[in-house]
Design a protein around this ligand. Structure first.
Ligand SMILES: Nc1nc2c(ncn2[C@@H]2O[C@H](COP(=O)(O)OP(=O)(O)OP(=O)(O)O)[C@@H](O)[C@H]2O)c(=O)[nH]1
Ligand SMILES: [Mg+2]
Length: 241
C-alpha cells in the first residue's frame, strides 16, 4: 500500500541539467544487485541528512538497477531528470540531418537525443534506492541497450499513445531480454485516450504487466509509475520462488 502520497516527495536537490557532467560518480555504497527489493510505500521520507540527495541515505537497505526505455522522444531523459535526487547524467547530442533519414519524426522543439545513457537515482520510502538507466530511443542503439540491461532488475517502458507502433521495438527488446517491466503512457497534448483493454491488446501486454499513465515532467506522477514497476518486480520475484 502507498502509505505516503507520491506528491509528498520533495523534488531532487539538483534540477535536470542536460549535458552537464554528474556532480558525483554513481554511488559506491550500494551497487545494483539482484533479488527482490522490499516493498516501497512512496518516495523517501527519511529525515534530511547533510548532503542528502548526493549520498545514499544510511537508512537504505536495498538497491535495484532499473532501465527506462521507450521510443525516440517519448520522455525517458525527461523522466529521469524529473525524479533524480542527484544531478542526473545525460548524454545528449544534437540531432542531425543524417539521423533524419532513419529516425522517426519528433516534436519540432526537440533538437537533441540520448546517444549513450541517462543516469539518475531515487530513494523510495527511505530504504530502497533505484538506479535509473535511460536507454537511447533508436533501435540502432540496441547493442548499447543490451549492455545497459546487465544486472537490471526490471524496466519502465514509456509509450506515446500517438504512435503505439513506435513502442514495439522497445517492448520486444525487453521480452527478448526476459526483463520484467511496467508500461507508462506519457501523456502529450493531443494524446488519444484509449480504453485500457484496447491499449493492452494493442501492445500485447501480459495481464499482470502494470499499465499506468504518467507525465514525465511531473514528479509525483513519475514516481507513481516507478512504484507500480517496483511492486510488479516484487510480485514477479515472489511468484518465482
Ligand atoms: N507535453 C509533454 N512533453 C513532454 C513530456 N515528456 C517529455 N516531453 C517533452 O518531449 C521531448 C522529448 O523528451 P526527451 O525526454 O528528450 O525524450 P527521450 O525519450 O529521452 O528521447 P531520446 O533520448 O531522443 O530517445 C522534450 O522536449 C520534453 O520536454 C510529457 O509528459 N508531456
Ligand atoms: Mg533521451
Amino acid at each position: 500500500m502507498v502509505s505516503k502520497a507520491a506528491s509528498d516527495v520533495s523534488p531532487g536537490t539538483a534540477p535536470p541539467d542536460s549535458g552537464a557532467p554528474p556532480e558525483s560518480a554513481p554511488p559506491e555504497s550500494a551497487p545494483p544487485e539482484s533479488g527482490a527489493p522490499s516493498a516501497p510505500t512512496g518516495p523517501s521520507d527519511a529525515p534530511p541528512v547533510p548532503d542528502a540527495g548526493k549520498y545514499v541515505s544510511p537508512t537504505v537497505a536495498g538497491a535495484a538497477k532499473i532501465l527506462v526505455v521507450g521510443p525516440l522522444g517519448v520522455g525517458k531523459t525527461t523522466l529521469i531528470g524529473t525524479v533524480s535526487e542527484i544531478k542526473p547524467l545525460f548524454t545528449e547530442a544534437v540531432m542531425t540531418q543524417a539521423g533524419a533519414r532513419v529516425d522517426t519524426a519528433v516534436s519540432g522543439t526537440k533538437t537533441t537525443t540520448t546517444v549513450a545513457l541517462d543516469f539518475g537515482r531515487i530513494t523510495l520510502d527511505g530504504d530502497l534506492v533505484l538506479y535509473l538507466f535511460g536507454t537511447p530511443g533508436q533501435q540502432r542503439f540496441l547493442p548499447a541497450w543490451r549492455d545497459l540491461a546487465k544486472g537490471a532488475l526490471g524496466a519502465l517502458a514509456l509509450i506515446d499513445t500517438r504512435d503505439l507502433e513506435a513502442s514495439f521495438d522497445a517492448l520486444g527488446n525487453l521480452e527478448d531480454l526476459g526483463l520484467p517491466f511496467a508500461v507508462a503512457a506519457n501523456v502529450f497534448p493531443g494524446s488519444p485516450q484509449h480504453p485500457e483493454d484496447q491499449l493492452r491488446a494493442a501492445l500485447d501486454l501480459l495481464p499482470d504487466t502494470p499499465l499506468v499513465a504518467c507525465d514525465a515532467r511531473d514528479l509525483s506522477s513519475s514516481v507513481r509509475a516507478l512504484i507500480a514497476l517496483v511492486r510488479h518486480l516484487i510480485h514477479v520475484a515472489t511468484e518465482s520462488r
